[in-house]
Every structure is written in structure tokens, then in C-alpha cells.
Design a protein around this ligand. Structure first.
Ligand SMILES: Cc1ncc(C[n+]2csc(CCOP(=O)(O)OP(=O)(O)O)c2C)c(N)n1
Ligand code: SF4
Ligand SMILES: [Mg+2]
Length: 283
């Protein structure tokens, strides 16, 4: 399924591990039906995921605009499984406003955040998740802004599924991805990702030494505990599902959408033919 010829990631990039994991979930077919799945992205290294997941349906949009596209696809045909892959720049900087509203709506989209702390595609500028004081070629004196911590932010906005995993734990990543996909509502998974070319601090070794799995007795119904744990700035970073809540997703809580028949099945009152498309393209 992965088209090896088209890969343009650097050797050792954490994106390979994320790609392999979602590829195996799609191939297995018990959680996702490839014909019924759409993988959506914006722009960036992370956003190349749909390019490599052929023949799965894919949509790569503008930088920061992965969520509006994913939302539109889900509303037009809520019977599709919509999976989004977005970089920390794409989702938290250029697309930060969309994240707030996707969480607020609780649209049933699975959102995988590739957190490498840099803008990989544009050669390593600091992203919003990079810590104060850390240096890049551009921020040579060290980052001066405070970092954005996506999980406590999402939790404080009422996200219904929040989890963290790491490319240093591929088995754990698969388990978390599957749980997120099966969640009914908006799910956010922060994936701690290596970028060997531009983030020399967050190596595979660093992730192995600085992450730990959540205790089995963690209560995923306790939002305050979830905010507390995900806000921790020292000690080892916890990996696991921090919070999960049942609630009706946006597309099933909307009087315009018939749960039995998607908007696409119902039709929009007109038929759009290939001839119409040719006319528009010509224009
Ligand atoms: C509106 C807009 N702003 C900036 C850019 C340039 N640009 C393309 S990718 C990118 C950063 C990508 O970083 P991230 O989303 O973290 O993905 P990564 O490459 O690290 O996976 C930027 C700034 C753009 N294409 N469009
Ligand atoms: S620049 Fe970083 S994120 Fe981009 S492909 Fe290379 S290692 Fe991966
Ligand atoms: Mg990035």
C-alpha cells in the first residue's frame, strides 16, 4: 500500500513509523474499511501521509486547513471514517483556530498530531510546541515564546478523547490509534515524533528515557486529573489515553443531517456531472 518511490522523508524520520502503523491498521481492515476511509491533511512533512496511503481515499489541502476539509467531508458523508494527520505547525499555528472549533463541535474526526516541535518541511523553524530556550538555525538565541501544550488546551475546551503516544513505542502507538479511531466524537492524539534533521534534542533515545506509560488504574473519566497530568513539565512524559467521554458527535446532533442518509446520498437538489466539471475547469 505504501508507495516507496514517492517518499521524500529523510532517513530515520519518525513519520515512517506513524505511516507503517496506520498502514497496518488499514490493511488489517477490522477497525477501518479502506474503501470507507478518507485520510486528510494540510501541508508539511506530516501532511504527506495521504500521498503514501494509496489506494485509500485522500485529501491534502492548504497549510493549516486540514480540519475545515475534514469537517466538510464528514458533514457531507458522515458514514465515512475521516482520519486527519497534521503537523504541530499545521494544527496548532496556521490551523490553531480550526482546532478550537472542531473540539467545540465534537465532530467525529480522528486527529493525529505529529509533534516534532519544528516546521520540518520549511527546514526547521520552531513550532508552537518547542520549549523556551531551545535553539534552531532561525531561533539561534533560543525560543523566547512560551510553548503551547496541546492536550491541556484541548481538555480545557472539552475534547472528548485525549491521548499521547510516541514513535519510540510503536506497539503503544497502534493501540492508541485504534482506540482513537473507534471513539465517537473528536479525538486528539499527540504523537511525540523524531525529526533527526532539525530536532537534535528529541531523539529516539530521548523519548525512550523521558516517557513512561500511564498507570493501568488511571481514571479516564477524570478531566481535572487529565489536565494535571498532561500539564506536567518535569519528570517523564506520560503516554496513554488521558480522557474519554461519551457524547453525541456534531454530525449526529444536527437537524439538517439524517443519521440514516448522508447529505451526499440525499443529493443537493442538483446533479453535478463530468460535463459541469469540465466547464468549470475551462473557466
Ligand atoms: C499559509 C501558509 N503559511 C506558511 C506556509 C509555509 N509552510 C509550509 S509547511 C510549513 C510548516 C510545516 O510544519 P508542520 O506543520 O509542523 O509539519 P512538519 O513539516 O513538521 O511535519 C510552513 C510554515 C504555507 N505553505 N502556507
Ligand atoms: S525534516 Fe524532519 S520531519 Fe521532515 S522528513 Fe526530515 S526528519 Fe522528517
Ligand atoms: Mg512539525
Amino acid at each position: 500500500m505504501i508507495d516507496k518511490d514517492k517518499r521524500t522523508w529523510c532517513p530515520g524520520c519518525g513519520n515512517f513509523i506513524i505511516l507503517k502503523t496506520i498502514d497496518s491498521i488499514l490493511k488489517h481492515g477490522d477497525i477501518l474499511d479502506i474503501k470507507n476511509t478518507v485520510v486528510v491533511s494540510g501541508i508539511g512533512q506530516a501532511a504527506k501521509m495521504p500521498h503514501h496511503l494509496s489506494p485509500c481515499n485522500g485529501f491534502a489541502g492548504l497549510h493549516g486547513r486540514s480540519l475545515p476539509n475534514a469537517t466538510g467531508i464528514k458533514i457531507a458523508n458522515h458514514k465515512l471514517d475521516v482520519i486527519l494527520f497534521s503537523g504541530d505547525g499545521d494544527l496548532l499555528a496556521e490551523g490553531g483556530n480550526h482546532l478550537i472549533h472542531a473540539i467545540r463541535r465534537n465532530i467525529n474526526v480522528t486527529c493525529f498530531l505529529h509533534d516534532n516541535q519544528v516546521y520540518g518541511l520549511t527546514k526547521g523553524q520552531a513550532s508552537p510546541t518547542m520549549w523556551e530556550g531551545e535553539k534552531t538555525k532561525i531561533q539561534y538565541g533560543g525560543v523566547t515564546s512560551r510553548p503551547l501544550n496541546p492536550l491541556p488546551m484541548a481538555l480545557s475546551l472539552g475534547v472528548t478523547f485525549a491521548a499521547r503516544t510516541s514513535v519510540s513505542e510503536p506497539g503503544h502507538m497502534k493501540e492508541i490509534m485504534e482506540k482513537a479511531i473507534q471513539h465517537k466524537g473528536f479525538s486528539l492524539v499527540q504523537i511525540m515524533q523524531t525529526c533527526p534533521s532539525y530536532n537534535k534534542t528529541r531523539t529516539m533515545k530521548w523519548y525512550r528515557e523521558n516517557t513512561v506509560l500511564l498507570n493501568d488504574d488511571h481514571d479516564t473519566g477524570d478531566i481535572f486529573e487529565a489536565i494535571r497530568i498532561t500539564s506536567e513539565k518535569s519528570g517523564k512524559f506520560k503516554l496513554g489515553v488521558f480522557y474519554q467521554a461519551e457524547s453525541i458527535p456534531y454530525e449526529l446532533n444536527n437537524p439538517v443531517i439524517d443519521p440514516e442518509k448522508s447529505l451526499v446520498e440525499k443529493g443537493f437538489g442538483f446533479t453535478f456531472t463530468e460535463k459541469d466539471l469540465a466547464y468549470l475547469l475551462k473557466k
